[in-house]
Design a binder for this molecule. Sequence first.
Ligand SMILES: Cc1cc2nc3c(=O)[nH]c(=O)nc-3n(C[C@H](O)[C@H](O)[C@H](O)COP(=O)(O)OP(=O)(O)OC[C@H]3O[C@@H](n4cnc5c(N)ncnc54)[C@H](O)[C@@H]3O)c2cc1C
Ligand SMILES: *[C@@H]1O[C@H](CO)[C@@H](O)[C@H](O)[C@H]1NC(C)=O
Ligand SMILES: *[C@@H]1O[C@H](CO)[C@@H](O)[C@H](O)[C@H]1NC(C)=O
Ligand SMILES: *[C@@H]1O[C@H](CO)[C@@H](O)[C@H](O)[C@H]1NC(C)=O
Ligand SMILES: *[C@@H]1O[C@H](CO)[C@@H](O)[C@H](O)[C@H]1NC(C)=O
Length: 461
Amino acid sequence: MILSGARRTLAICGLLSLAAFAHGEDNSLTRDVAIIGGGAAGTYAAIRLRDQGKSVILIEKEDRLGGHTNTYEDPVTKTHVDYGVVVFHDNQLVKNYFDRLNVSWLVTDPHFTSGSPVYLDDQSAKPVNYTSPDARAALQTYAAHLAQYPKVESGFFLPDPVPEDLLLPFGEFLAKYPDVGNAAFTIFTFGQGLGDFLSQPTLYVFKNFGLEIIQDIGTGFLVTASQNNQEIYQHATKILGHDVWTSSHVASTPHRRKEGIQLEVKTPSGRRTVKAKKLLIAFPQKLDKLKPFDLDELESSLFGKFMNTGYYTSLVKNTGLPGNFSSTSVGANTPYQIPKLPGVYAVSATAIPGVFDVKYGSPTGLSDDFVRGEILSYIKKLQANGFAEKVPGEPEFVAYHSHTPFELTVARDEIAGGFYKKLYALQGHRNTWYTGAAFDTQDSSMLWNFTEEYILPDLLA
Ligand SMILES: Cc1cc2nc3c(=O)[nH]c(=O)nc-3n(C[C@H](O)[C@H](O)[C@H](O)COP(=O)(O)OP(=O)(O)OC[C@H]3O[C@@H](n4cnc5c(N)ncnc54)[C@H](O)[C@@H]3O)c2cc1C
Ligand SMILES: *[C@@H]1O[C@H](CO)[C@@H](O)[C@H](O)[C@H]1NC(C)=O
Ligand SMILES: *[C@@H]1O[C@H](CO)[C@@H](O)[C@H](O)[C@H]1NC(C)=O
Ligand SMILES: *[C@@H]1O[C@H](CO)[C@@H](O)[C@H](O)[C@H]1NC(C)=O
Ligand SMILES: *[C@@H]1O[C@H](CO)[C@@H](O)[C@H](O)[C@H]1NC(C)=O
């Protein structure tokens, strides 16, 4: 007994010293690359770097990876509904990534739509006599404009000087090219989250609705076979194992320089020190969120320029709406009948009977209490306008998520003044790299391509 106890003690000491060695004398963790933010871009980077022999740690503030991915599982039927990220591009990179994660995928039928919606006034939720125009010819014209800027499809590699058309507020671009007008509403619908759509520089509209999207509308998008996009991130979490810390965030950055990075991280099991050769920041690069990273003047001056929109998604039940109900907001008397924001974009039936997806957008960030109130009051307008059967009780949230700060943009003068050249010149500055939507676009497939092409080579070097 005593002997085996002593052996066990020895064995435990051995393990402890091994662990101390792996984690450094001071309980620090040493890695080639520390990645902050486990959404689409950060998770992809972690998997790809590990597969190519780099050691990583992925630090995510929420209790799960996935970022803008939101999947709800119905407790009764176990049906899944993606009310965040839904579709991916049908290309080889996406297929390779899903295959690597052992996530089955399929390609949808062309012209992915959610049935034929009723068009309702953005304010009153009353029917508007709106017929969606045939957008096909206009989309072709739009695509011909896009094709003039091939280096804008992936990343912000802008011609110098930046062409005037890319700087025009999109409303002015449409006025200049009336042949594109019939596509305005379609582009708006796909580009949810862009805020004040007609005021955004055309560059951001082009980035959000690019050539690959137009191609996928024609040939079909790629989706997970399970229609459960959280599966992507569950599998990635399993593969990464101890190299993911969820519910964790960087509290401070003692060093960020050529010789290496040191981060103080708050985790559910206490504070940890991370030492890494390189740092990859993969969350929205707004100044307030970057505070713990000890920014220098150059970094602060650039990241301080980002503005953002607000984008919100929810699932609502107990509405009395018919099972096949879907509505799209339109402006009764607005240019291209684009609805006014803040407001509801659309209400759509989901695969779960009685549960409706409601998307809400705003030119700037709003409080969750306000948005929740607005969504419920819109449902009540639908009820009052006779779209719903009487049900006891009030409409209720099954799920709600704010995706704010969403689209990160800078002013037109900043774009013209070379903002993106200066921003991209930060890659590698103080051994820090950046990826995520602000560096390319709000599109998972595009971000995986961007990360693969422009970020990983430096991190693998
Ligand atoms: C409702 C909705 C629907 C969408 N639909 C689609 C779609 O169908 N197809 C598509 O391709 N794209 C879609 N998008 C766009 C989507 O934003 C992008 O595809 C992509 O998810 C952006 O990836 P990202 O890595 O830049 O950011 P995110 O996915 O947001 O990842 C950032 C991560 O960083 C974490 N984080 C933030 N701050 C910190 C911190 N301080 N420390 C640690 N972690 C932090 C966040 O929790 C998050 O997990 C949709 C977005 C929304 C909101
Ligand atoms: C990224 O996209 C570009 C343009 O579509 C393509 O040429 C390239 O092969 C893609 N990269 C990868 C790794 O798939
Ligand atoms: C991949 O997924 C299938 C089911 O989709 C499962 O049977 C198989 O065991 C998985 N393989 C690995 C390596 O996880
Ligand atoms: C709707 O508008 C079209 C023309 O845009 C018109 O022909 C039709 O009569 C209108 N319908 C109603 C009900 O007002
Ligand atoms: C919804 O269903 C009702 C009755 O089942 C039908 O009359 C109506 O046309 C349907 N609406 C749509 C948009 O499919």
